[in-house]
Design a protein around this ligand. Structure first.
Ligand SMILES: *Cc1c(COP(=O)(O)O)cnc(C)c1O
Length: 349
C-alpha cells in the first residue's frame, strides 16, 4: 500500500512555468514579481499594504520591530503553537509571556490573556490555529496592539472579513506545507502606513544614506512568481480541503461516539489541519497508524511552556496529549480519507 504522507504541497506545471520564466529573464531577486504578488495579496485579503519577506518568522520579527518592541518588554503568545513565535520575541530581546488556549478552537484564550498582562506587555501575537480564526473580538477588546499570525489561516475569515485585516500588523507564511506556498516565504501587512513603512525599510539593507540595523529578509522574484500562481489556485485548494474535512467529519459522526471531539465545523474554517481530540494519549496511536501506511502528527510538536519549563497551562497540556492531526491536502483522495478514517476508528477500540 502506498504511504500517504501527513502533508504535501500542491504544485505543478503552472508554478514550474512561472518560475522558469523568471529564471530566463535573469532578474532573480526582489523585483517586479514581488511587487505584483504584494499588490494582489493585499487586495485579495483586504490587508491595506503588504510587504513580502523570506519567511513567516522573518515577518514576525519585523512586525515586532515595527511596534517598537525590545528589551524590557514582554509579548503575549499562546503556548500551543510552534517555536517561530518564541524565536521572534527573543530576536528583539523581549520576554515571551505565555498564555493558555481554548480547547474548543485550540486558539489563544482572551480570558487567560487578561490575567497575564503586565506593565511591560507591549503586544499580543495571535495565531489562527489550524485554519480557524481566533476570538479577535475578545482579543481586540483588551486594547493592546495585535499581530495576527495567519501562517495557518490564509483565506480564513472572521465576522465576514478575511483574517489578517484585523491586526495592527499581520503575518503570513508560504512554507512548503502551508496552504499556499513559495517554498519558503512570508508576507507582512498593515493598514497603518507608518508601521508598514518600518517593515519595508528593515527588510533590505542596500543603498541607504544612513546606517541603522536592517536585515536581508527579502523574497525573490522566483518565489513571488510561484506565489502569484498559488494565489490564483487558492480558492480551489480551499474548496478541496473543505470537501475532505466534511468527509472526515461525516465518517466520524457515522461510526463513532463521544470518544472523538471533532473540529467545530464553522463555516469559515479552512482546514490547514484536520485535528481531532480523543479521550486518551495519542502517542501510541500515531505509531500504529504509521504502520498502517499513513502519516499523522501531533498538531503542535511541543508546547512553548514546556520548552520554557513553566507550569499552569492545563488546556494546552490537554490539547498536546490528546490531539492528532490527520492528513489533509488538495491532492488527497476521498478514498484515502475513507481508509484513514476507518483505520483511525479501529485504533479507538
Ligand atoms: C509556519 C508558522 C510560522 C512560521 O513560518 P515560517 O515561514 O516557517 O517561518 C509561524 N506561525 C505559525 C502559526 C506557523 O504555522
Amino acid at each position: 500500500m502506498n504511504f500517504i504522507p501527513h502533508s504535501k504541497p500542491t504544485v505543478g506545471k503552472a508554478e514550474a512555468d512561472a518560475v522558469a520564466e523568471v529564471i530566463r529573464s535573469s532578474m532573480l531577486a526582489q523585483g517586479q514579481r514581488v511587487d505584483e504578488f504584494e499588490r494582489l495579496f493585499a487586495q485579495r485579503f483586504e490587508l491595506g499594504q503588504a510587504v513580502a519577506v523570506g519567511s513567516g518568522t522573518a515577518g514576525l520579527h519585523l512586525a515586532l520591530l515595527a511596534l517598537g518592541v525590545g528589551p524590557g518588554d514582554d509579548v503575549i503568545i499562546p503556548s500551543f503553537v510552534c517555536t517561530a513565535l518564541l524565536n521572534a520575541v527573543c530576536y528583539v530581546g523581549a520576554q515571551a509571556n505565555v498564555a493558555d488556549i481554548r480547547l474548543d478552537t485550540f486558539n489563544i484564550d482572551p480570558v487567560d490573556v487578561r490575567k497575564r498582562i503586565t506593565a511591560r506587555t507591549k503586544a499580543i501575537i495571535v495565531p489562527h490555529m489550524f485554519g480557524q480564526a481566533a476570538d479577535l473580538r475578545g482579543l481586540k477588546d483588551i486594547g493592546l496592539p495585535i499581530i495576527e499570525d495567519c501562517a495557518q489561516a490564509v483565506g480564513a475569515r472572521y465576522a465576514k472579513r478575511p483574517v489578517g485585516s484585523f491586526g495592527d500588523l499581520s503575518v503570513f507564511s508560504f512554507y512548503a506545507t502551508k496552504v499556499m506556498t513559495t517554498g519558503e516565504g512570508g508576507m507582512v501587512s498593515s493598514h497603518d502606513p507608518f508601521l508598514i513603512e518600518k517593515v519595508r525599510d528593515a527588510r533590505a539593507y542596500d543603498n541607504r544614506s544612513e546606517y541603522s540595523i536592517r536585515f536581508n529578509y527579502k523574497m525573490t522574484d522566483i518565489q513571488a512568481a510561484m506565489g502569484i500562481v498559488q494565489l490564483e489556485r487558492l480558492k480551489s485548494f480551499l474548496k478541496k480541503r473543505k470537501t475532505l474535512a466534511d468527509t472526515y467529519t461525516a465518517l466520524f459522526l457515522e461510526e463513532s461516539d463521544s470518544r472523538l471531539s471533532l473540529p467545530l465545523g464553522v463555516e469559515e474554517h479552512t482546514y490547514f489541519r484536520y485535528v481531532v481530540r480523543i479521550e486518551r494519549n495519542i502517542g501510541k496511536i500515531c505509531e500504529n497508524l504509521r504502520d498502517l501506511a499513513f502519516g499523522t502528527a501531533r498538531p503542535v510538536f511541543k508546547p512553548i511552556h514546556r520548552y520554557l519549563t513553566r507550569e499552569g497551562f492545563p488546556k494546552t497540556d490537554q490539547a498536546w496529549e490528546t490531539t492528532i492531526s490527520l492528513p489533509i491536502y488538495p491532492e488527497l483522495k476521498i478514498e484515502d480519507v475513507k481508509r484513514i478514517a476507518k483505520a483511525f476508528i479501529g485504533q479507538l477500540e
